[in-house]
Each structure stands twice: as structure tokens, then as C-alpha cells.
Design a protein around this ligand. Structure first.
Ligand SMILES: Cc1ncc(COP(=O)(O)O)c(C=O)c1O
Length: 398
């Protein structure tokens, strides 16, 4: 993304911490992915970033929405997605949540035999999707794998005969087979291998209409990360699905559920250096007016995010431990990171904030979510105001 040249005006107007999203970048990512995978329907995985302004951009680009909770479904509907353009991939859903999905008319993908049974009992004769765990995983961190016997996600492929029997007993058609191997992988080979495996499993479903390959497309967070060659991946998957259709003698629909790839690089989190502390062992701490309440990924996954000094981009480099204002020892964005010399009052930009940044945020330490501005060419719109204490306490009674 481009940090807008008038960032200091925005900071003066809105304060920090401040989220800046480059809408043109989001649109370009959508179009690039759609061109590379023009044989697939794209469903934006709203868990990556549920800012309504962003969801509306995705919907206006023609994407459907991949949701994992009733509120995500409701948000997608409010942002203009038609029910048939919403895939609800459930995980330990309640009966009430299932009833909600059925009433709203969205496509449901169930992730356990138990939920499939409950669906079949409630909706005999209907159609449904299943999420399959085919033991193949990939992710930016071991904690983000979603496959294998230890994973809580999906119906294990060895249980497909039971799934088919449950569906057949209630004349339920399993018309969609989905797999999501994990989030943030940069290994094109693992995606190709996973695609072959899920196609093989999908062929076991007589009512199959759609194979959904999930999301997980990674982006480069640090020097040395190789960005995915999306065009090459699209060509490779196209050949695989073509062979699959020839083998099975009919045509199918194909889908993807990208989140991070579309949103991550579009957005930065701007924060002000509040405190510069010289440690007794020679290190220097830069303390920011943000913390893991706004960006959990470094504390959770040790994820590296590029950090720029917007106030002094050309200063000579210095090494800092860059931390937040949350009262926890894990509240660090980077250790021993080289950035241009920073002083108290400087504004830093934490890059690649658009996916699993604000969305994973909390009000820990009673600190409010950051305000957000969407930048679309010359138009700059405040899309999220800073929450007040009243906002944060609104659901407490007494
Ligand atoms: C079922 C499902 N689909 C899609 C995604 C999106 O993943 P990503 O944002 O890495 O593309 C996730 C993320 O965890 C997921 O669980």
C-alpha cells in the first residue's frame, strides 16, 4: 500500500493509533486473484477483517463472503451480499446458529459428523456442504495449521463413508466439499498437493457440484519471504481441475476463500512513539500508543511486521525493541529491529495490518480499538471512530 502523503494531516485530525486502508490496493488484489483464478468463485473470508467499509469493497468487486459466525453472516448481508453468495463454514455451531443459517438461506458447510446428523434431521432432502480434513496442512506458523488428527476442524477423510451414510439416510445431498489447510502459507507446492488430495476425496461424493479449496494464500511479511506467484498457481490449479472434470466426465464449480491475500497489505497501523527508554543492558525501547489489543500477531505467532518511521524516513538506522502500552510482557511488535532513528512524538507505521489486525483486537486494559480511515484516491473517509469508555462498557449492566 501507499501511505498517503498527507498522513500527518490525518494524524492531526484523527489522532493515533490510526488505521489507514488503501482501497485501490484492495481492488487491485481482488482483480488480480480473480484474473488468475477465473474458473473459481471467490468468497472473501471476512474473519480477516470485518470492517464494513472493506466488506462493501469486496462485495462491489463481485466477491461472495466466507463467514464463520452468525454475526459475520449478518454483516455480509448488511453489506449487500446475497444469501446465496455467502458460505457459512461452521465450527462447533449451536442448533440456534444452524437454524439462523437455514432461515437466512446461506450455504452451510458443516465440519463434523454430529452437526451433519443434526442438519439432516432438521432439513431432510436439502443440500449441504462438508469440510474435509484430509491430513494436509500449511500455514505461516504451526499454530495456524488446520489439518491432521489433532485439528478440531472438518470431518476426517477416513470418516467420509459415515458422512455419506448420514446424508443418504435423510436424502440430503452433499453438493459442496471444502478444505482449508491453514492460513498464510507461501508454499505453492503445498496448495497444489492439497488441491489434488481434496479433488480425490471430493470424487467420492455422488451429489458433488462444488469443490471449495479454502483460503490461506500468504503474503510476504519479512525480507526473504517470496510472494506467491498467483498467476502460476492459477494455471496449475486450472490444469488440475480440468483433468478432474475429464476423469469424472462432467463439469463442476470451484471456489476459493481468501482473506489475508486480499486485505493484509492494504492497510497500515499508525502509532506515535510515547516513550524512548534506554535499557540498562544497552537496548533502547520505543514505547508506542498501541499494543497487542490492536495487533495480536507478533505476541501470538511471533509474526514480523515491517515498521517504518514516517516522521524521519531518511534518518540513519538504529536498533530498537518496539513495544506497546499494554500491561503484559509479551506486548512487543519487534525485538532488535533496525528502523530510522526515532524520537518521542514520531509516527511509526506498522505495515501489513489489514488481515488479522483489528479483527483479532480486544479492549484489553480498557483500551479502545483504533480509529480507521479509508483512502480511495483523493477521497479520505473516517470509517471507524475512536470508541469511548461508554462504547466499551455498553453491554455491562449495573
Ligand atoms: C474456513 C476458512 N476459510 C478461509 C480462511 C481464510 O484464510 P486466509 O485469511 O489465510 O486466506 C480461513 C482462515 O482461517 C478459514 O478458517
Amino acid at each position: 500500500m501507499q501511505v498517503p502523503s498527507n498522513w500527518s494531516e490525518l494524524v492531526a485530525r484523527c489522532g493515533t493509533p490510526l488505521v489507514l486502508c488503501d482501497v485501490a490496493f484492495v481492488r487491485a488484489q481482488c482483480r488480480r486473484l480473480r484474473a488468475a483464478f477465473d474458473f473459481c468463485d471467490l468468497f472473501y473470508s471476512v474473519k480477516a477483517n470485518y470492517s464494513p467499509a472493506l466488506v462493501r469493497v469486496m462485495v462491489s468487486e463481485g466477491l461472495g463472503v466466507d463467514a464463520v459466525s452468525p454475526n459475520e453472516v449478518e454483516l455480509a448481508l448488511r453489506c449487500g451480499a446475497a444469501p446465496e453468495r455467502i458460505v457459512y463454514v461452521e465450527n462447533n455451531m449451536s442448533d440456534a446458529e444452524m437454524a439462523f443459517a437455514v432461515e437466512r438461506g446461506v450455504r452451510l458447510v458443516v465440519g463434523s459428523l454430529s452437526r451433519l446428523k443434526k442438519y439432516a434431521a432438521r432439513c431432510p432432502g436439502a443440500r449441504v456442504g462438508v469440510r474435509i480434513n484430509a491430513d494436509v496442512g500449511g500455514a505461516h506458523h504451526a499454530r495456524a495449521f488446520t489439518a491432521g488428527p489433532q485439528s478440531k476442524f472438518g470431518i476426517h477423510f477416513t470418516q467420509i463413508p459415515e458422512a455419506l451414510a448420514i446424508a443418504a439416510a435423510a436424502q440430503v445431498g452433499i453438493d459442496l466439499v471444502q478444505q482449508h489447510i491453514g492460513s498464510g502459507w507461501l508454499d505453492e507446492a503445498i496448495f497444489a498437493e492439497a488441491a489434488d488430495i481434496i479433488l480425490r476425496q471430493a470424487a467420492r461424493f455422488p451429489d458433488l457440484e462444488t469443490v471449495d479449496f479454502g483460503g490461506g494464500f500468504g503474503v510476504a511479511y519479512k525480507d526473504g519471504d517470496h510472494p506467491l506467484d498467483i498467476e502460476r498457481m492459477g494455471a496449475s490449479l486450472r490444469a488440475r481441475v480440468a483433468a478432474f472434470q475429464v476423469e469424472l466426465g462432467r463439469e463442476f464449480k470451484f471456489a476459493l476463500e481468501p482473506g489475508r491475500f486480499l486485505a493484509a497489505e492494504s492497510t497500515a497501523l499508525l502509532a506515535t512513539v510515547q516513550d524512548k527508554k534506554i535499557g540498562v543492558d544497552g537496548r533502547t525501547f520505543l514505547g508506542l500508543d498501541t499494543g497487542f489489543n490492536h495487533l495480536m500477531r507478533p505476541a501470538l505467532y511471533n509474526s514480523p511486521h515491517e515498521i517504518r518511521n514516517l516522521s524521519r524516513p531518511d534518518a540513519q538506522l538504529a536498533v530498537y525493541d518496539i513495544c506497546g502500552n499494554i500491561c503484559e510482557s509479551t506486548d512487543f511488535f519487534a525485538r532488535a529491529r533496525e528502523i530510522p532513528v526515532a524520537e518521542e512524538g514520531d509516527v511509526l507505521a506498522i505495515m501489513n495490518y489489514g488481515a488479522y489486525g483489528a479483527a483479532m483486537g480486544s479492549a484489553y486494559n480498557l483500551r479502545a480499538p483504533a480509529a480507521e480511515v479509508f483512502v480511495d484516491g483523493d477521497i479520505q473517509v473516517l470509517t471507524r471512530r475512536r470508541a469511548s469508555l461508554e462504547d466499551l462498557l455498553a453491554t455491562f449492566i449495573g
